[in-house]
Design a protein around this ligand. Structure first.
Ligand code: ATP
Ligand code: MG
Length: 369
């Protein structure tokens, strides 16, 4: 997938922008607060009408303006697409693909896929397990719609079971419902574990090679899936996992009633990351943990490629400043195939850039030359 051009009107700090991009590496530079992240946000927004940092569409409209317009020229699935989105204060957003009005964002899905990596994501490995589950879930949801449905169902059941376990001493009749919840949580939980295990297996096939190139072969990255203890093989068919989860739940029934909380299940899963056989979370340096996070993101991009036959557009916001020269050089020159956008402040880092285009942004405008 390639974003050939973007046209913005009153989007964030851009009153009017017309930018052309190259199919390879596009570096966006400029001082702080000039609009670099805003430009990545605009590209990401065209893929699913969602922003990683805005809670409401109205935040995307330029302060003084009533309406905003985004248009992208995209090449995807061997065809040209012209996507257009219009936003207005107090009115619903409107979307078009090649001039045809779209009824909902679902109709937009798949035309432009993006993988966005922002500075917060650099801390993925140091963060709590919930952040790593979010990374896994976000990726698998895009690959397998059935996973999204199973995960949503599991979360709903978990919420209700938590309430039962919290309130049962005051209202013992609630316990009549517990068996049914346990059964359904084991069914959907088995699916969730099955999908996560297969995705992590694929990550483990792609990420180590990427990480090795990053570190000049010095670092051996390894990933492992940590899930419910009684699940002996998370890659087994969902039916097998289901039986093991049921067994586990039956054995912990009393303990759960006493603790008044859900003690185990895929809602406690984690992705364990080692470098040279030691936990990166415990022993890794700042640069190592950040590079490992980036390796995971780049591996996700490879998995999308295997699945779709084309690369998603990679959006890297502000990652260079945290890496040493060799790792910067890798990001700038060694990401093969597919279109990449990289923002950075200091243009001196760009002396390492071998091919691609540099765009300078100042105060919501593109500088020529
Ligand atoms: P940094 O290097 O610090 O990350 P940046 O170039 O990525 O900077 P952006 O996050 O793109 O900066 O923001 C640029 C400017 O856009 C900010 O000063 C911000 O206040 C402004 N801005 C954000 N939302 C709007 C809006 N709705 N209307 C107008 N300006 C906005
Ligand atoms: Mg920024």
């Amino acid at each position: 997938m390639v974003v050939n051009a973007i046209h913005l009107e009153n989007f964030r700090n851009y009153s009017a922008l017309n930018a052309q991009f190259c199919p390879g590496i596009n570096v966006i530079t400029g001082d702080n607060a000039q609009g670099k992240t805003n430009l990545l946000e605009a590209i990401a927004y065209l893929s699913a009408c969602r922003s990683h940092r805005a809670r409401a569409d109205s935040e995307l409209i330029r302060f003084e303006a009533q309406r905003a317009r985004l248009e992208g020229e995209i090449f995807s699935r061997n065809r040209d697409f012209r996507l257009e989105v219009r936003l207005g204060r107090g009115i619903r957003r409107q979307m078009w693909s090649n001039g045809v009005r779209l009824k909902n964002t679902g109709e937009l899905t798949g035309i432009l896929k993006t993988v966005l990596f922002c500075p917060e994501d650099l801390d993925l490995i140091r963060a709590g397990a919930a952040e790593r589950r979010k990374f896994l879930d976000g990726a698998i949801c895009q690959l397998r719609p059935r996973y999204g449905a199973a995960l949503a169902e599991y979360k709903r059941l978990l919420e209700q079971k938590r309430r039962i376990l919290r309130d049962w001493p005051e209202k013992p009749s609630l316990l009549d419902l517990l068996e049914d919840y346990n059964l359904r949580m084991c069914q959907t939980g088995a699916l969730v574990i099955h999908y996560r295990a297969h995705f992590i297996q694929k990550l483990n096939q792609c990420a180590p090679a990427i990480h090795a190139s990053f570190s000049n072969g010095r670092e051996n990255l390894e990933l492992a899936y940590q899930t419910v203890k009684t699940v002996t093989d998370p890659l087994a068919p969902a039916q097998t996992i289901f039986t093991q989860l049921q067994d586990h739940m039956a054995r912990h029934r009393q303990a759960e009633l006493e603790a008044r909380s859900c003690l185990s299940g895929p809602h406690k899963d984690d992705l364990l990351v080692d470098i040279n056989a030691r936990s990166v979370r415990t022993y890794g340096s700042q640069g190592q943990t950040r590079t490992a996070a980036l390796s995971l993101e780049l591996a996700q991009r490879e998995i999308f490629y295997d699945n779709d036959g084309e690369y998603p557009v990679l959006l890297l916001d502000d990652v260079l400043s945290e890496l040493d020269q060799r790792r910067q050089e890798f990001v700038l020159n060694r990401i093969q195939g597919g279109q990449v956008f990289i923002t950075c402040c200091e243009s001196d880092r760009l002396s390492a850039l071998e091919a691609g285009q540099v765009l300078r942004i100042e105060n919501g405008a593109l500088l020529e030359g």
